[in-house]
Ligand binder design. Structure first.
Ligand SMILES: Cc1cc2nc3c(=O)[nH]c(=O)nc-3n(C[C@H](O)[C@H](O)[C@H](O)COP(=O)(O)OP(=O)(O)OC[C@H]3O[C@@H](n4cnc5c(N)ncnc54)[C@H](O)[C@@H]3O)c2cc1C
Length: 539
């Protein structure tokens, strides 16, 4: 047998999360090999960041003394400090409901529009990440920190050995054997460890199914401009509608549009095929080799646009960038275990449900924080790994329950909007608590708090009920059923509703400091204490 490469830690996959983790571990004195089957710069999906992702980046920047990570956390700092990396201003989440065959129509009370700001200004706003640039940059930084990086090397097999794992990699049809004391699976949809170790898939437990048609486009007209031109009433919101993660809910599923500062728009059509017998249950996200046969990506994209005239107008002059429109098989997947003896998965290798609420980057960064902390120690304890795996499992439960409920709700815009409050209440509460309170006390272990309240039994029970509540609300469509659902949502978010979800008659939610002061008791603060802490919200 050829002699093996031997390394303390091997990380499979140089997406942003794998490269970032590799860099932090190298800075902590570990010997790290980072392996990537592709070559940077390369296209990647997963571009829309959120406030919780920004908080993770800021914590990592402080803890490991890496100022550039703080720059990645806010649009103003990014443009000032990392001007070579392309990004887009993201001020919040914009939702529209479209109906087939008619131009987009919205009245004064925004019956088909819903905006929720994630930041008070452009300077501290989130960013859309041009992943080709960000991922290549983070790989370079990992190399500069001493990581041994090998690209065009695909890991195809793994087996346990006495002191870790033996991996088999392939490059140019030649095998490379690697022995690792510990392996981190950062391969995302590559699902390397799950395949190599035969870990059970829990895909069939996921109650909905969607697939994606996507591209980067040039020449997309801002939707708000087109909609206003077509006569829709778009009263002034907390930010300009298009500088956000824009969600167009349609009968067939939904379309996202993420605008970059240079005018490029990343857009994707999520086709809900929950009820279809697609025969693609084993497909993997973004793996175009598994795209469904028969209908081309162009035909699916054009077919959807043709049914929604205002969307068609926004994309009328749009040109997909090379390599053009692509499609995937079913996106949803989940593994039985997130860690085992001498290995652990980052969140994206463990589970993925849907991009509806842009949860992936924030969750991945929590995984990076946790594994960086654990693996900086020479001996990773079995109990530490078990804790890591158990938390990821609970978080996957929360995400799955949320997305299943969202897919059930998406057919009815009012029900969907209220259901989404569950997500927005939990994340905004965590963000505000962290910015106002934890940051002054530097509480250890923040990264080990469960994402979306996953470490809290009451919160888990609420998320578990969500889909059933949605189904009830939709079943008879009566005003009583609607009211019961509204009451349930209000009760579910009551202890976390710092931002007044449900209070706006026009469904436009900006950052309202007066409201935060009025609700200071939810954080255990007096109004005066809250007022004195508020400047921290501006980063
Ligand atoms: C359609 C879609 C849209 C999304 N939108 C959002 C969003 O708007 N906001 C958000 O927060 N999150 C989003 N996500 C989630 C986001 O993409 C992930 O959180 C993020 O990409 C995780 O980064 P990563 O580095 O862990 O994995 P990835 O970015 O998936 O990187 C994995 C890397 O591993 C490499 N690899 C795979 N197999 C092998 C192998 N056998 N050997 C070696 N290398 C291998 C791949 O080439 C790749 O470079 C989205 C996901 C999808 C699928």
């Amino acid at each position: 047998m050829r002699s093996a490469l031997k390394r303390d830690i091997v990380i499979i996959g140089a997406g942003f999360a794998g490269s970032l983790l590799a860099r932090l571990l190298a800075l902590g004195g570990r010997e790290v090999l980072l392996v990537e089957r592709d070559q940077h710069p390369r296209f990647a999906l997963g571009e829309s960041s959120t406030p919780l992702a920004a908080l993770s980046l800021e914590r990592l920047a402080r803890r490991y003394g890496q100022a550039d990570l703080r720059s990645l956390a806010a649009h103003g700092r990014w443009r000032r400090d990392l001007a070579d990396l392309r990004c887009g201003l993201k001020r919040g989440f914009t939702f529209y409901r479209h109906y087939p065959g008619v131009p987009y129509c919205n009245g004064e009370t925004n019956d088909a529009r819903f905006l929720i700001a994630a930041s008070p200004s452009d300077a501290v706003a989130d960013c859309q990440w041009m992943r080709a640039d960000v991922d290549a940059y983070l790989m370079e930084q990992a190399c500069a920190a001493g990581v041994d990086y090998r690209d065009r090397l695909e890991i195809v097999a793994a087996e346990p050995i006495a002191h870790g794992l033996r991996l088999r990699g392939r490059r140019d049809a030649r095998d490379t054997i690697i022995e690792a004391g510990f392996v981190v699976d950062a391969s995302g949809a590559g699902e390397v460890m799950a395949r190599a170790l035969g870990i059970e898939s829990m895909r069939s437990s996921i109650a909905f199914s969607s697939r994606l048609v996507y591209a980067h486009f040039e020449g997309v007209t801002p939707f708000a401009e087109v909609a206003a031109g077509a006569g829709a009433c778009l009263s002034e919101g907390p930010y300009a509608d298009d500088w956000a993660a824009v969600h167009h809910l349609i009968d067939e599923g939904w379309i996202y549009a993420l605008r970059f500062d240079d005018g490029v728009v990343s857009a994707g059509l999520l086709l809900d095929d929950t009820d279809a017998d697609t025969g693609t249950d084993g497909d993997t996200a973004t793996d175009t080799a598994h795209a469904p046969a028969g209908v081309s990506a162009e035909a699916r994209w054009q077919g959807a646009l043709e049914r929604y005239p205002t969307l068609a107008e926004a994309f009328a002059s749009a040109r997909p960038r090379s390599p053009g429109l692509r499609s995937t098989g079913r996106l949803q997947r989940r593994c039985r275990h997130a860690a085992g003896k001498a290995w652990a998965m980052l969140p994206q290798a463990f589970a993925f449900f849907d991009p509806m609420f842009s949860t992936g980057i924030a969750w991945s960064l929590l995984g990076v924080e946790r594994l960086a902390e654990m693996l900086t120690e020479k001996d990773v304890s079995t109990s530490g790994l078990a804790r890591y795996a158990a938390l990821l499992d609970l978080e996957a439960d929360q995400l799955q329950a949320l997305q299943e409920a969202a897919y059930a709700a998406r057919v009815d815009f009012a029900v969907f909007r209220e259901l989404s409050f569950l997500y927005f209440a939990f994340v905004s509460f965590d963000e505000i608590r962290h910015r106002l309170i934890d940051s002054t006390e530097e509480v250890g272990g923040t990264a080990w708090r469960g994402f979306l309240g996953a470490d809290d039994a009451d919160s888990r029970a609420l998320f578990r009920q969500a889909r059933e509540r949605v189904t009830d609300a939709l079943a008879d469509g009566s005003s009583d059923a609607r009211r019961r659902f509204s009451d349930w949502v209000a009760g579910a978010i009551g202890s976390r509703n710092l931002i007044g979800l449900g209070d706006s008659a026009t469904h436009l939610y900006g950052i309202d400091l007066e409201r935060l002061i009025a609700r200071s008791a939810l954080l255990g603060l007096t109004p005066t204490q809250m007022e004195s802490l508020l400047p921290k919200l501006r980063g």
